[in-house]
Design a protein around this ligand. Structure first.
Ligand SMILES: Nc1ncnc2c1ncn2[C@@H]1O[C@H](COP(=O)(O)OP(=O)(O)OP(=O)(O)O)[C@@H](O)[C@H]1O
Ligand SMILES: [Mg+2]
Length: 276
């Protein structure tokens, strides 16, 4: 046996390769489900923020998550993105990727994008440059600004501009955009990474009614191409999305169905919708 063969024979990673999450694996959607959360429990100082949570999201689905303050909606997103580790349960992205064995960067790389509430666009850069910067996985360097874009990359930027409705503002500095436009630009920046699952936490807070309508259109356009999970408190907005709704309460799924169904569910009215 030569040395190289011996090395590969003694290299444990060769043996245990199948146990290592392969983030470069193609996302396996052969069963039509993109996200599986099963039996997830998380405690903070003995308080169960998430309690035996089960949630399944289909490939291409738009899903709304509603529920009272403290229901665990944001914590659920923290678990999906690897920011918080559950005490119990399993979390899979497609058939093959075990999210609980991946760190935040690997999860983002694998195709899960997250939009936080506050837009974090580069105010001094143009809309175009913001999208261009978002293509680079390393946000700390700016070389992409000076590199030549391929035709394919330009096409992708144009496509995203169209989706987020900012084609006319392409040369404007991001800083002069309205609050709603900044939110759309940030969604566009996430889209530049070609995510397969997008998590959006309270996207319409602070928006005008017109901006809310536009945002609903935008999210509906995304569905089909990628899966989208939207957390929102604004019930008019949730209704306008016309998507399946999951109601979280005390870290657990209380009800699931169309907006009309959950609206007529007495348990949901009692804990949440009564006040809305
Ligand atoms: N890092 C943390 N440490 C301690 N407690 C936490 C932590 N993160 C969340 N919690 C608690 O967990 C519970 C669920 O919080 P979470 O933010 O997930 O709720 P939410 O459904 O997003 O609420 P809201 O609608 O107000 O955004 C809350 O009681 C919160 O105080
Ligand atoms: Mg929250």
């Amino acid at each position: 046996m030569n040395l190289q063969a011996l090395r590969s024979f003694t290299d444990r990673s060769q043996y245990y390769d199948f146990r290592i999450p392969k983030i470069n694996d193609e996302l396996d959607l052969s069963h039509g489900t993109i996200l599986y959360l099963e039996g997830i429990t998380v405690s903070f100082d003995g308080f169960k923020a998430i309690d035996d949570l089960n949630l399944y999201i289909d490939a291409g689905e738009l899903r709304c998550i509603i529920g009272p303050n403290g229901a665990g909606k944001t914590t659920m997103m923290d678990i999906i993105t690897g920011k918080t580790r559950p005490d119990e349960g399993t979390a899979w992205f497609g058939q093959k990727m075990n999210l609980l064995r991946m760190n935040e960067a690997e999860i983002a790389e694998a195709g899960i994008g997250r939009k936080f509430q506050k837009p974090t666009v580069f105010e001094n850069h143009s809309v175009f440059e913001n999208l261009e910067l978002a293509m680079s996985s390393n946000k700390n360097v700016l070389p992409t600004l000076f590199a030549r874009l391929s035709g394919e990359q330009r096409d992708h930027i144009d496509e995203v501009l169209e989706v987020i409705g900012l084609s006319e503002q392409v040369k404007a500095a991001a800083g002069v955009l309205s609050h709603g436009q900044k939110q759309w630009l940030e969604i566009g920046m996430l889209l530049m990474q070609k995510p397969r699952l997008l998590l959006v936490d309270e996207p319409v807070a602070g928006m005008t009614h017109q901006e809310m309508d536009r945002t609903a259109e935008l999210l509906k356009t995304l569905a089909g191409k990628q899966s989208v999970i939207v957390v929102e408190h604004d019930m008019d907005f949730v209704r306008s999305l016309q998507s399946p709704v999951t109601v979280l309460h005390q870290g657990h799924v209380l009800a699931e169905g169309s907006m009309e169904e959950v609206q007529n569910d007495q348990r949901v009215v009692d804990v949440y919708l009564g006040g809305h």
